[in-house]
Design a protein around this ligand. Structure first.
Ligand code: ADP
Ligand code: MG
Length: 452
């Protein structure tokens, strides 16, 4: 029902508001005229009940539900906004039964999102190689490495780079046949062609392309006939000296259920990985996105401290960073408030909490012990010698900064120490960092290593 009400709701509140406020919600139950909505945070539920109760009631009523009130339960929503996974392919409408003319290549390609350009791709250490290789491919001309294999975790810019390549290549050479597909789309098109008995045309089509890009290729692993077709298409293009760009979430050799011959073909060009973002890169991305948001929300104030806070705390991926900024700006403009740290923490509790889970106190302890070349058991143990005490305090400090554990909880993980001991350690390091540059750098270094 919730899914059915969604289009109505979206049109009632507008797509932007929908994404910012309502997408994280889901319907738990309707009982006695009340729709109970699951909402990931208290903050969000307050906001939504104040501003969007009416549209929710109207949208549900339009679906024939008897709803007069909305209640909220703070609970994690199911992964409703998850990107199209393999399941999505099955959910697509069935292809028409009748054979039809084979599609042209622009129909075959997924649409290119022209917002993803090289100009707005921020380059830093973790992605500079990938960026340079993508630029080279976009220039066209002599094919130097084939395929270009881009891999890295979610939200690090693989799809962005591929769209940028497509736009750039098309603008340089409008006649070039540039094809961009997700692996699922590739698979789906192939299955469709099989069903419509246009396989021959299908093969021809791919084989006359100048630049083929297949995104998230890990999804064809285990799909045997698709793999087979992919392999033939791939070989035909490479033999003709046509450029191929592939992305995946991991290196070719690490993709399970992928045939060895495909792995080795994929590995014979240039393999570049996008590393997890570092603090500097996150900060420059935030800065550039903030400039964009400022144009949309003129007059909004946001301190540099907020950007630094976000760059420190949201380390998972760039998409999450963007979403956080968007929510902040929307919230600030609606409330007519300046974006400060307080508001940021309030508005983003759910995101901050989710990214906290990344680092555990144990990981911090391990890293610190390793860094200072001491035993983990000594780090958390009772000995008070200075060579142990200082690293121990640094670990306490990082645990307080980087996790959402309370002082007593941290104390328990440090051999059952009292929360005042932890607090003392945290304060000590704060003081020392202010006074001692080399210690501050050390702490910064550890923090980044932990975030990476
Ligand atoms: P992936 O395909 O690797 O999962 P995406 O390319 O979809 O990641 O990137 C997720 C979001 O983050 C996109 O909105 C993209 O524009 C943005 N993004 C990622 N890296 C950068 C970057 N270096 N500069 C600017 N935006 C970036
Ligand atoms: Mg992607």
């Amino acid at each position: 029902l919730w899914a059915q009400a969604r289009p109505e709701l979206e049109s009632l509140v507008g797509a932007n508001n929908y994404v910012t406020w309502l997408a994280p919600l889901s319907l738990r139950a309707i009982e006695g005229g009340a729709a109970d909505i699951a909402c990931p945070t208290r903050f969000l539920s307050d906001w939504v009940s104040r501003h969007y109760a009416r549209p929710i009631i109207d949208a549900l009523t339009a679906q024939g539900a008897a709803v007069e009130r909305v209640t909220f339960t703070v609970a994690a929503a199911p992964a409703a906004a998850a990107p199209a996974g393999p399941a999505a392919a099955g959910a697509r409408p069935a292809a028409p039964a009748r054979p039809r003319p084979a599609p042209r290549e622009d129909e075959l390609s997924a649409p290119i999102d022209t917002r993803f350009t090289f100009d707005n791709f921020i380059v830093g250490k973790p992605n500079e190689l990938a960026h340079a290789a993508a630029r080279r491919v976009a220039e066209g001309g002599f094919v130097t490495f084939n395929p270009l294999f881009l891999y890295g975790g979610v939200g690090l810019g693989k799809t962005h780079l591929m769209h940028a390549i497509a736009s750039e290549r098309r603008s340089r050479d409008p006649d070039a046949r540039v094809l961009y597909l997700s692996a699922e789309q590739f698979m789906y098109r192939f299955v469709q062609a099989l069903r419509e008995r246009t396989v021959m045309d299908f093969k021809e089509l791919f084989r006359t392309v100048d630049l083929l890009m297949v995104d998230d290729v890990q999804f064809i692993a285990g799909k045997d006939s698709t793999q087979e077709e992919f392999f033939h298409t791939f070989n035909a293009l490479v033999d003709q000296g046509k450029q191929i760009v592939i992305s995946a979430d991991r290196a070719p050799g690490e993709i399970k259920d992928l045939e060895d011959r495909i792995k080795s073909r994929l590995s014979c060009g240039l393999i570049v990985d996008l590393h997890p973002t570092d603090y500097e890169l996150r900060l420059s991305i935030l800065q550039s996105k903030t400039d964009l948001f400022r144009a949309t929300y003129p007059g909004l104030q946001m301190g540099q401290g907020v950007l630094e806070f976000l760059a420190h705390r949201i380390t998972s991926n760039v998409r999450v960073l963007e979403g956080a900024l968007q929510r902040l700006f929307a919230f600030a403009s609606l409330m007519g408030r300046e974006i400060d740290l307080d508001m940021t923490q309030e508005c983003l509790t759910d995101i901050l909490r989710a990214s906290d889970r990344k680092v555990s106190v144990e990981e911090i302890q391990r890293k610190v012990a390793e860094h200072y070349n001491i035993r983990l058991s000594d780090l958390v143990g009772p000995k008070r010698v200075r060579t142990l005490a200082r690293p121990r305090q640094i670990a306490m400090y990082l645990a307080k900064q980087m996790t959402s554990r309370s002082l007593p909880e941290i104390g328990r993980r440090f051999g059952g120490r009292d929360h005042t001991t932890i607090m003392h350690g945290v304060r000590k390091i704060e003081e020392l960092c202010a006074a001692d540059n080399s210690l501050a750098e050390d702490v910064q270094l550890l923090r980044r290593a932990l975030e990476a």
